[in-house]
Design a protein around this ligand. Structure first.
Ligand SMILES: N[C@@H](CCC[C@H](N)C(=O)O)C(=O)O
Length: 273
């Protein structure tokens, strides 16, 4: 059986897309990890399986479900950049009902809008502030704001340049506070309505962008300023996105790029199990 794949990214948060409308692929954690491996696979931060909601028996108003997997093979509830890439794929292939439609995810249905220039806006839903905790990088403590965007985040506003942080190793965090793990964002305010961010993602490592992370960063920055409404650009190593928040409800807008399309070799797929 020929297995089609596409490779794409949203601000250099990169994904392997596997079109699997009827949910026939046996997508095991080992296969996800092999696909995402940058030496023995195609290389990516995650896998997006494009599957009909009904094929997975899921209740969703959207025909299509973003079955997202982190590079280590674990599931995550939501991926903001992945959702942009997923939406563009559906629109480009003529699989959406129009430029604005609903996609299912483990964090619930998300409304997406594909703009004429190819950028995509995702209605991310509520970003909830969940208290405070601490991340530890290289022995240094960074206090942060816990934010739930469907998936868990801890956002630390850093007073020196985030570019100087060593994020090669997993920063430490309070495992009692985040029993399911956490995505860790480190943020420099750049002035009114502008942030710079680096991120260490749960199940992946440092990535060049994280859509839910940028939403969490803006929610945390607004919260610390005493509000839940505003708009900000977020510069990440892979480019720039824009986050708008109205009473805690967020939208995320940014670019999408497709890089390649091809077929996996059965001989390779079959031995990954
Ligand atoms: N890169 C994603 C987030 C992917 C999930 C995350 N690693 C988690 O485990 O929660 C994004 O763009 O939001």
């Amino acid at each position: 059986m020929a297995i089609e794949f596409l490779k794409g990214h949203g601000t250099q948060n990169d994904f392997v897309l596997l079109p699997d409308p009827d949910g026939r692929l046996e997508l095991t954690p080992a296969r996800v990890a092999a696909l995402c491996d940058r030496q023995r696979g195609l290389g990516a931060d995650g896998v997006l399986r494009v599957v009909r909601s009904t094929a997975l028996g899921l209740a969703s108003d959207g025909e299509w479900f973003m079955d997202y997997h982190n590079a280590d093979g674990s599931f995550a509830e939501m991926c903001g950049n992945g959702m942009r890439v997923f939406a563009r794929y559906l629109a480009d292939r003529g699989l959406s009902t129009g430029p604005e439609f609903v996609v299912g995810s483990r964090a619930g249905d998300k409304r997406v809008l594909v703009h004429p220039d190819g950028t995509v806006t995702v209605h991310m839903g509520q970003a909830s502030i969940n208290g405070a905790s601490v991340a530890i990088v290289d022995g240094q403590n960074f206090s942060g704001v816990a934010v739930d965007v469907g998936n868990p985040h801890l956002v630390s506003i850093v007073d020196h340049d985030v570019a100087e942080l060593d994020l090669h190793e997993q920063p430490r965090y309070d495992e009692d506070f985040f029993p399911e793990g956490v995505n860790l964002e480190f943020v420099n305010p750049l002035g009114e309505g502008a942030l710079r961010m680096r991120v260490y993602e749960r199940g992946v490592g440092e990535t060049r962008s994280c859509g839910t992370g940028t939403v969490a960063a803006v929610a945390a920055a607004l919260h610390l300023g005493g509000t839940d409404t505003g708009e900000s650009t977020v510069d990440i190593p892979g480019g720039r996105v824009t986050v708008s928040m109205k009473r805690g409800e967020a939208t995320l807008t940014g670019p999408v790029e497709f890089v390649a399309r091809g077929e996996l070799l059965d001989a390779w797929w079959d031995v990954q199990k």
